[in-house]
Design a protein around this ligand. Structure first.
Ligand code: NAP
Length: 276
C-alpha cells in the first residue's frame, strides 16, 4: 500500500511513524512540504501521484486560539479536507481524515456517543472540524473521530496532558485539575494503529477511535502521579467554572469506539514507560 501522510510534524504523525506496517510505503509531508490550505499545491503535489491512501493529520488544533482565529481554523479544518478529497478522487485514493469529540455539544447525552448521535459544537475548533467532516460526505473517505490524545514519554518535549502532568509533578507541590469533564484518554500509539487499520479497511463514513474506558482529567492526572509513585492526593479536583478557558470544553466527551484500543489505564503505563 502506498500512503501519504499530511501534517507529519504533529503528535499523531509521530506515533504513525513508530507503527508503520511492514507492507506500507509512506511519504511524510510536513507543513513546509505541503500546506494543505493551498488548493493549487494540493491539486498538483507529485507525492500524491498514484497513492492508495492519503492520511490527513494536519489540523488547526489550538482550541483556545481558534476562538479569535476563525479564518485560519476554517482554512485548515474545513476547507483543506475538501481539497484533499478532490485530489484523492483524481488519484483513485481513499482519504482517512482525523476529527474530534468537540463536534458534540453541551447537550450530548451522558452515554458513549456514536457517529449517529447529533452534533452541536460549541467552539470554533469544533465547528470548523465538523464543517470539514461535512466536506467529505458521500466521498471515498473515512472520518476518524478521536479524543484526549496524549503521548507521555513516548514523544519527548511534546506538550500533551500526560507529559504536562509529568513535568508539573517535578515543580508543583500541589495541583488542581478539572473533574467535571469526562472522556476517553487515548494513547497516540494505540490511535496510530487504529488509523493504519482504517487505511487498510477503507470502510468510509464516520468512525470513532478512542482508548477503552473513561475518566475525568482529574482522574487521568491522579493516575499519572500514581504511575510514577508520586502521591495522587497532591492533585485536587476543581470544576470547569473554577478553571475558565477561552473555548468551553465539552463536559461529556465519552465516545463509543469502533476500534478496539487498549484500556486507558494500561495504555497510560506504556506511555509513561515510553513503550509502544
Ligand atoms: N490531540 C488531541 O487530543 C486530539 C483530539 C481529538 C482530535 N484530534 C485530531 O487528531 C488530528 C491529529 O492531532 P495531533 O494531536 O497530531 O495535532 P498536532 O500535534 O497539533 O498536529 C497537527 C499538525 O498539523 C500541521 N498543520 C497545521 N496547519 C497546517 C497546514 N496548513 N498544512 C499542513 N500542515 C498543517 C501542524 O504543523 P505545525 O507543526 O507546523 O504547526 C501540526 O504538525 C487532528 O485532526 C486533530 O484535530 C486531536
Amino acid at each position: 500500500m502506498k500512503a501519504v501522510l499530511t501534517g507529519s510534524g504533529g503528535q499523531l504523525a509521530a506515533a504513525m511513524r513508530a507503527t508503520v506496517p511492514e507492507d506500507v510505503q509512506v511519504t511524510w509531508l510536513a507543513r513546509a512540504d505541503l500546506d494543505v490550505t493551498d488548493a493549487a499545491a494540493v491539486s498538483r503535489h507529485p507525492a500524491l501521484n498514484g497513492c492508495d491512501v492519503l492520511i490527513n493529520t494536519a489540523a488547526y488544533t489550538a482550541v483556545d486560539a481558534a476562538e479569535d482565529d476563525v479564518d485560519a481554523a476554517t482554512a485548515v479544518n474545513e476547507l483543506a479536507p475538501g481539497y484533499l478529497a478532490q485530489r484523492c478522487a483524481g488519484e483513485g485514493a481513499h482519504l482517512v481524515h482525523l476529527s474530534t469529540d468537540y463536534v458534540f455539544g453541551p447537550d450530548a447525552p451522558h452515554r458513549p456517543l456514536t457517529p449517529q448521535d447529533a452534533t452541536a459544537p460549541d467552539t470554533v475548533y469544533g465547528r470548523t472540524k465538523l464543517a470539514g467532516e461535512h466536506r467529505l460526505r458521500d466521498l471515498d473517505a473515512t472520518v476518524l473521530r478521536t479524543a484526549w490524545v496524549y503521548s507521555g514519554n513516548t514523544l519527548p518535549g511534546h506538550r500533551d496532558f500526560v507529559s504536562t502532568m509529568l513535568r508539573l509533578e517535578q515543580t508543583h507541590p500541589e495541583l488542581t485539575v478539572v473533574d467535571d469533564q469526562h472522556g476517553c484518554p487515548t494513547y497516540a500509539v494505540d490511535l496510530a494503529r487504529a488509523v493504519w487499520q482504517a487505511a487498510r479497511e477503507r470502510s468510509g463514513g464516520i468512525r470513532h477511535a478512542v482508548g477503552a474506558g473513561q475518566t475525568t482529567w482529574f482522574g487521568l492526572a491522579r493516575a499519572v502521579f500514581t504511575e510514577i509513585g508520586a502521591d495522587p492526593e497532591r492533585i485536587r479536583p476543581v470544576t470547569s467554572a473554577e478553571y475558565p478557558t477561552a473555548a468551553r470544553r465539552p463536559e461529556w466527551s465519552v465516545l463509543a469506539s469502533d476500534y478496539e484500543l487498549p484500556e486507558w489505564r494500561s495504555a497510560l503505563s506504556r506511555a509513561v514507560a515510553a513503550k509502544l
